[in-house]
Design a protein around this ligand. Structure first.
Ligand code: DQA
Length: 146
C-alpha cells in the first residue's frame, strides 16, 4: 500500500466558508472524499491540514522518513516560508515527488501571491483548477510514485 500525503497549510481548514467566490463552496472533507474515490487500488490518501508551520514541516519530515509522495498546498506559507521551502527540498532531494498545488490561480491575484518560495524545489506546480489541482497531482504521483 502506497500512502500519499496531502498536506494543507493555514486557513484551508476554513474551506467551504472562506471566500467561496475564490475557493468554492466545498470543504476539506469533500476534498478527502474526492481524492479517496480517485485513488487507484493500493493507494491510500492521508489528507491533513494545519495552521502551524512547525507541524507542517514535521509532516514533511515524516514523508521523507517513510518515503511518501507529497501533494502540498502551502497556502499563505507559499509566499514567504523559507523554512517550509527547505523542508520541501528534502522531499525532492530524496527522490520523492512533491507537487505544489493551489485551488486558485495565485498569478491572477494580488502581487504578493505571484511569488512562491516553494516552487523551485517542487517537482511541479498545479494551480487555478479548484480541487482538480489536487486530483491531477494525485494522478501524477500515483503513475510516478518516485
Ligand atoms: C492558496 C493560494 C494562497 O495565495 C492563499 O494564501 C491560500 C490558498 C490556494 O490554494 O489557492 O491560502 O494556496
Amino acid at each position: 500500500m502506497t500512502t500519499i500525503l496531502v498536506l494543507n497549510g493555514p486557513n484551508l481548514g476554513r474551506l467551504g466558508s472562506r471566500e467561496p467566490d475564490v475557493y468554492g463552496a466545498a470543504n476539506l472533507d469533500d476534498l478527502r472524499v474526492m481524492l479517496v474515490a480517485a485513488a487507484p487500488a493500493g493507494v491510500s490518501v492521508d489528507l491533513r491540514q494545519t495552521d502551524d508551520e512547525a507541524e507542517l514541516i514535521h509532516w514533511i519530515y515524516e514523508a521523507v522518513d517513510e518515503g511518501m509522495p507529497v501533494i502540498l498546498n502551502p497556502a499563505a506559507f507559499t509566499h514567504y516560508s523559507y523554512a517550509l521551502r527547505d523542508a520541501a527540498a528534502l522531499v525532492t532531494k530524496a527522490g520523492l515527488p512533491l507537487i505544489e498545488v493551489h485551488i486558485s490561480n495565485p498569478h491572477a491575484r494580488e502581487t504578493f501571491r505571484h511569488t512562491s518560495v516553494v516552487s523551485a524545489v517542487a517537482t511541479g506546480v498545479i494551480a487555478g483548477l479548484g480541487f482538480d489541482s489536487y486530483r491531477l497531482a494525485l494522478d501524477f504521483v500515483t503513475r510516478r510514485p518516485a
